[in-house]
Design a protein around this ligand. Structure first.
Ligand SMILES: *Cc1c(COP(=O)(O)O)cnc(C)c1O
Length: 375
């Protein structure tokens, strides 16, 4: 089935008892057992819940993986995946990962003696040289946030497989509609479903998909032990969001492509970051079907940043991304504020960098908003 149909018909659909076409919200903590230990597959909702399970099967289908897991946030999904590691293990991480990912590794997992290096994973030689005897995981984001750098997933997988290292891909920006890392050899894919998968800025959730039974059993053990599960209502809401992912992504991409075009003709825009630009065309073509709805751009001065941000009528100044409404942010002062300034500057996340999450409004209205705001 094409992913455009799978988004609607994948996982578990409907309700066998009533014929309802949507999966019911099973708002329950526990389940009656016929006799001790004899039940219908559900004992307690931390361990398993039918609404959550429908979502978990849906994301596994979309990512073409073995098994899916739903968590209460992207960060709890990421933390649960990191718990596959143990004290003394080493992890290689993309150097411009999501700020919260940097923070949880550098401030929380560090206390449990998880060893780590943040490196430019788009440079495969750096990855090769960064692997140590105790390296157990390579964790990449592609495209990265906010600089849209691409890492060639297949090359990372090739290096990792030789040494029995797990490859983990944060697929939040691309979504399975534009990129399916497991089909390119990755072991684990994860999402902040708060973004494009939910798509309506109305929930916080995380998803994980693994590519085999052994990892599936280990992830379920962690999910059930740690307990950072997604509740039934949010699971239902997320299923509803995912059903329109393909149509929304088509419009996000279309709008973003036109805005990139417009920005590239503006004298106050100094640099544009968009997947497939900046010399990564080959990697882009090999693993993504389209570039998505996220654009970062550097403007000529901090005064311009202020001018753009203070006069907008349609585009909302806010953290987060991936919703139907256009959002704008200054990563250095918002999402990436927890990265030390010196390191930020080195990476290119300057105070003049603006990140735009292009919504699905009529594109001329978004462009007009930026244009009028500047004037
Ligand atoms: C937002 C985000 C996260 C964290 O997800 P939450 O749902 O906010 O916990 C992780 N990775 C990326 C790329 C993100 O954009």
């Amino acid at each position: 089935m094409d992913i455009r149909s799978l988004a609607i018909h994948g996982g578990i659909t409907g309700d066998p008892y009533t014929g309802a076409v949507t999966v019911p919200i099973y708002q329950t903590s526990t389940y009656a057992q016929e006799s001790v230990g004899k039940h219908r597959g559900f004992e307690y909702s931390r361990t398993g819940n039918p609404t959550r399970e429908a979502l978990e099967k849906l994301i596994a289908d979309l990512e073409e993986g073995y098994r899916g897991f739903a968590f209460s946030s992207g960060m709890s999904a990421i933390s649960s995946v990191l718990m596959l590691l143990k004290s003394g293990d080493h992890i290689l991480v993309s150097d411009d990962v999501y700020g919260g990912t940097f923070r949880v590794i550098d401030k929380v997992f560090k206390n449990f003696n998880l060893e780590y290096d943040f490196i430019d994973t788009s440079n495969i030689d750096k990855v090769r040289n960064g692997i140590k005897a105790n390296t157990k995981m390579i964790y990449i984001e592609t495209p990265t946030n906010p600089l849209m750098k691409l890492t060639h997933i297949r090359s990372i997988v090739e290096l990792a497989k030789e040494k029995e290292i797990l490859t983990v891909v944060d697929n939040t920006f691309a979504t399975p509609y534009l990129q399916r890392p497991i089909t390119q050899g990755a072991d684990i894919v994860l999402h902040s479903a708060t973004k494009y998968l939910g798509g309506h800025s109305d929930l916080v959730a995380g998803l994980v998909v693994v590519n085999n039974k052994e990892l599936g059993d280990r992830m379920h053990f962690i999910q059930n032990s740690v307990g950072a599960i997604l509740g039934p209502f949010d699971s239902w809401l997320l299923i509803k969001g995912i059903k329109t992912l393909p149509v929304r992504m088509d419009r996000h991409c279309e709008n973003a492509e036109q805005i990139v075009n417009w920005l590239s003709n503006q004298s106050w825009v100094k640099k544009i970051y968009y997947p497939g630009c900046n010399g990564s065309q080959e990697i882009f073509k090999s693993q993504m079907s389209r570039a998505g709805g996220m654009i970062s751009f550097e403007v000529d001065s901090e005064a311009t940043v202020e001018k753009v941000l203070s006069n907008l009528k349609i585009i909302t100044l806010a953290e987060s991304l991936g919703g139907i409404e256009s959002l704008i942010s200054v990563p250095a002062q918002m999402t990436h504020a927890s990265i030390p300034e010196e390191k930020r500057e080195k990476l290119g996340i300057t105070n003049r960098l603006i990140r735009l999450s292009v919504g699905i409004e009529y594109v001329e209205d978004i462009i007009k908003d930026l244009d009028i705001s500047l004037k």
